[in-house]
Design a protein around this ligand. Sequence first.
Ligand SMILES: Nc1ncnc2c1ncn2[C@@H]1O[C@H](COP(=O)(O)OP(=O)(O)OP(=O)(O)O)[C@@H](O)[C@H]1O
Length: 905
Amino acid sequence: MSNRVRRGPLVASVRRELAAARAAVRRCLDDGLARQREAHAQLSAAKASSAERFATLARQRDAEVSAAADRLVRQTAALTKALRELAAAAAPDACGAPWSTWPSLTESQADRADRADRSDRGDRQDRRNSSRVGPMAPGLLRIGELAEVGVPALLPLLDATHLWLTTDDRPLSDGVIAGLLLRTLRSTPSGQVKLWIFDPGQLGGALAGFAPLATSGQLTFVGPGGLTGMLDGLVEEIQRINEQVLAGEHAGLAEAAAVSGRRPEPWRIAVLLGDDTVELSTAQRAQLDRITRTGVAAGVHIVTRGITLVEHPTVLSMTIAAGLGVAPGLTGELSIALDQAPPAELVTAVCKELAAGPPPATLDYLLPEELWTESSAECLRAPIGEGTDGELAELVLGDDPPHALIAGPSGSGKTNLIYAFLAGLTSRYAPSELELHLLDFKEGVSFARFAPSHRDETWLPHLRLVGINVNADREFGLALLRHLADELRRRAAAAKKHGATKLAELRSEDPGGHWPRIIAVIDEFQVLLTGRDAVTSEAVALLEDLARRGRSQGIHLVLASQDVTGIEALWGRSGLVGQFTLRIALPKARRVLAETNLAADLIPRHHAVINADSGSPTANQIVRLPNCGNRVEWQELQRSLWLQRAADADEPRLFDGDARPAYPILPGGPSPLANQGAVALIGETIDVTGRPATVRLNRAPGRNLAVLGNRIDEACAVLASAGLALARQHEPGSADFTILCLDSDAEHAAKALHAALPVSEFHGVDSLYPALLDLAESAENDRPHYVLAYALDAASAQLAARRGPGEPTGHELLRTVLSRGPERRTHMLAWWRTVARLRDDLGGIGARLDAIGAWVALDVHGNELAPLTPQPGGPVWFPREQRALFFDRAVHRSPEIIIPYEVTL
Ligand SMILES: Nc1ncnc2c1ncn2[C@@H]1O[C@H](COP(=O)(O)OP(=O)(O)OP(=O)(O)O)[C@@H](O)[C@H]1O
């Protein structure tokens, strides 16, 4: 029972709990079912809207993709543009321009000339600046375009890399090399890149378009056997540059150039075009490796096709296959669509232009901004061209160096250099500061432009004397030196008086004096020193004196010579040469610099080596000379200088060895002095002033003149000028003239003179005897009577003919007139065609010739004149056209050379 009782509450409790649990479960179930229903409802609703939502999302996605694509296009375009701009800046002008835009192809010769001309007229200073040589390497060089990107593919080369091409397409790779070379050459100053091309496969044919550069020394084609020499040469260059140019101060030429502002050495590029036949020897390989490792710093670059280069940071390698290039070191994986080779005619045209060099600067390059502002008290200083530093390079003459020697073979530009120096000097110094004497011993008229002429009335106001075509007239050179020696004496005396030891002191002690510096330029001066005769010995003595003492008196000599003989003529006289411390050597000049100084062999044309230390190799200055020969430019300069001259400035004296001096119009008229002896003019002396040669016909015995020789025109000219001059000195009608003409060839001239003289008789061979008889027997004692006899020896037979008893022969009469005439004021001026005939007429061998006090010899050799001169054996004289030897016993120690006048009757 008790168990039943006790079990009852437990059951009930369980039942309650079970009921509660059941209720809870039922509630849960209901909730679950409700949520299930709700979820089903949601699912149904979601299912209903998903298609639309998907479509929306897809739309959103598409829009974003398209916006991103747009952005990509825009950004790529901007990037490409920026890259292109960058490329254009990195590869400017010739470095990057497509071949079709290169001016050489599109610009005609005329356009180029016009462009050069326009730039010539530009501002002088700008031109000086623009002509300066840029020291830095050009930009990057275009070889094609990055295939996928369309951006230029650019390579560095100068001062940066060697280039090693491996290729299956030789023409394409050679085109790449040609393009690189052409761009490099065009974008560096002329002459600053030297090329070697080793092309054993085609013997230079692969890059034949560059051949014009070989003519100007910018390119060397290396033959199959020349590789060793070329590599050895480049190794030596690198070594030299390291030792002497960089000298431990700079890491490379690029750095040296950046510091100094000028490139001390050109770039050197060796192009090696290999093929299957080329196998480098061990030695060649070793040299190539050395160049590869060390070359870039020294500006030496290798560009190879098919020849392996050693691995080195400066080696850029590129593989060319299937028309594309891949250069991992440059563009990574990207391939390069390579440009076509430059057109062959473009290569040749550009190379021809480069070989010709840039158009030379001209005269105005040397002129100052303002004329005549400098003082020459201390020295004379003028530019003659542009030095390697781009600055004007000057010649200086003063106390040190005092004198200059210029040398160069024919055509090397000596005259041009002298023009350049004169332009610089005459535009800086006024004529009161500088006087010029110019003498040219060669045939030609290079200095004639500085004197007035019928074409141009102007002259160079500094010029006192100019001698042209003097080649045969060494005496004129001597005359110039004598003139300078006189001036030297005058200056030395003035310096002594003022206690001055040099020109600057004299000028400050004597401020009112006229003490310009004097420059005497003698071109082809060796002609003056060629003979072993009195002219040479006197010239050398004078030159020595002038060279030694001229320094302190402001007299400067500039001697120019074409070949060694001139210099050697001086070389034997070390004292003389030593004074010429300023040396100027034109290309290939020999011996003007010191023996060990070979610079003149290395300079290109239109350049000069200036050396102010007697040619010592360390004092070389290389100068590029402008073209100063242009006549029109000179005329312009000369006119502006001429217009500034002083109002009383005299014209310079022009001596032209090829011209006959005209009979001068003498100043004044009849002179009372004529009564003591009138003066016959017989020609012009070879002298700085062009002084007339005269014979005074006074009452002294022997005052007759003999003209000797066969040259009819000149003999007639001597008699005509003598007759006209004599007539001019007497009152009209106060003197008599008798013309004797014994040869028909001279009749025209004799009659013309007869007509020109106031009171004159004319006799031919028929009336010769009576005329001589009159003259011999004349009682007249005080009236001047001049007998002008033409070809007197032609009447020798008549003169010798015997007459009746007691009658004198014509010869006797003639001798009487000659010997007794002068004291009665009757003078004979007679022409004999040989000395022997003169002697025959005067009495034959052993005849005394005292009656001939003066003579003029034309084509007569010196030894034939022995009986007429005090020198035993006669004077040293070889007849020359248009020149005569003149001797007047009354005034001369030895005969002098004269030029018969050109007389127009
Ligand atoms: N710096 C220059 N630039 C351009 N042309 C030049 C230059 N120097 C000389 N020339 C030209 O070269 C030619 C020869 O020059 P130049 O007459 O001065 O030589 P040279 O040495 O005096 O010759 P020669 O002794 O035969 O008279 C001339 O036509 C001249 O115009």
